[in-house]
Design a binder for this molecule. Sequence first.
Ligand SMILES: [Mn+2]
Length: 314
Amino acid sequence: MIAHHGHCFDGACSAAIFTRYLRERENQRSFVYRGLAYEPNAPPIAEKLVDGAINAILDFRYTQSPLLTWYFDHHVSAFQEPGSKAHFDADTTKKKFHDGTYGSCTKFIADILREHAGWEAPDLNEMIRWADIVDAARFANADVATSLDEPAMAITAVVQECGDDAFCAEMIPRLASEGLAAIAKSPIVESRIAPIRERQAALTERMARAGEQKGVVAHFDLSDQPLDTVAKFVGYKLFPTAMYSVVLAWTPRRAKLSVGFNPWSSRPRKHNIAELCEQYGGGGHPVVGAISLPGTELPKARRVFAELIEKLNT
Ligand SMILES: [Mn+2]
């Protein structure tokens, strides 16, 4: 049983490369895949593990369950349960690995299996390379980051959108044995990509209409109509000279301000976005952060929006 980060390209690719390894080195013939989600009320991971089977957790939090056989993760937040880091450190099976410096779990698994077991699958190198680009957002430019034309990007979008366990049971074995271009052209992706393309095009158009650049900040007040998901990199595609973007999205449940530094900016970042967001009760990373307010506090969110634009310009 392979439990992997669900609705995530890196999680699916991690499961694919590990499937190949178990097939070729441990003679495993049947696989069950379980997607795991970071949700406040998700059941404990240990409950997903199966008695009497080889159990692997990939690209997700560690668990102290004695049923866990293999473990690989690159999230710095992998050890959440009390005592889980000590439990991991005390493990002697040499089958549990964690390295928070990796851009993707897929590349981490590939490197560990090559170093520790002398195992490689060179035909998966393209998949490994793309998992590393997608999971660490190391895109060459804003066009690649926002387009669905690249096979890996189309597969990523479909996995994020439609990647439940039934879908992954079909997708993961294909990632383990076929090239990305062939998968992207086949019905598993083709039949699902059209509505994603349409929604993305509509959002890009809406951002183009609402967007303005003030100084070094591209800003998008999208609060006139409810909006759940924002596109992370579209703002930099529309305003390539902007150093920062600020997006205000609203639903009756919450108002959300997303703040980011343009990863393709030719100028160095001057603001720590995590610290900026913390001033308003939000948080994040130095290059990207967010602030959430109750949906009823839209006027306040609009004031914060204006203040963020000012602060990022000073
Ligand atoms: Mn990952």
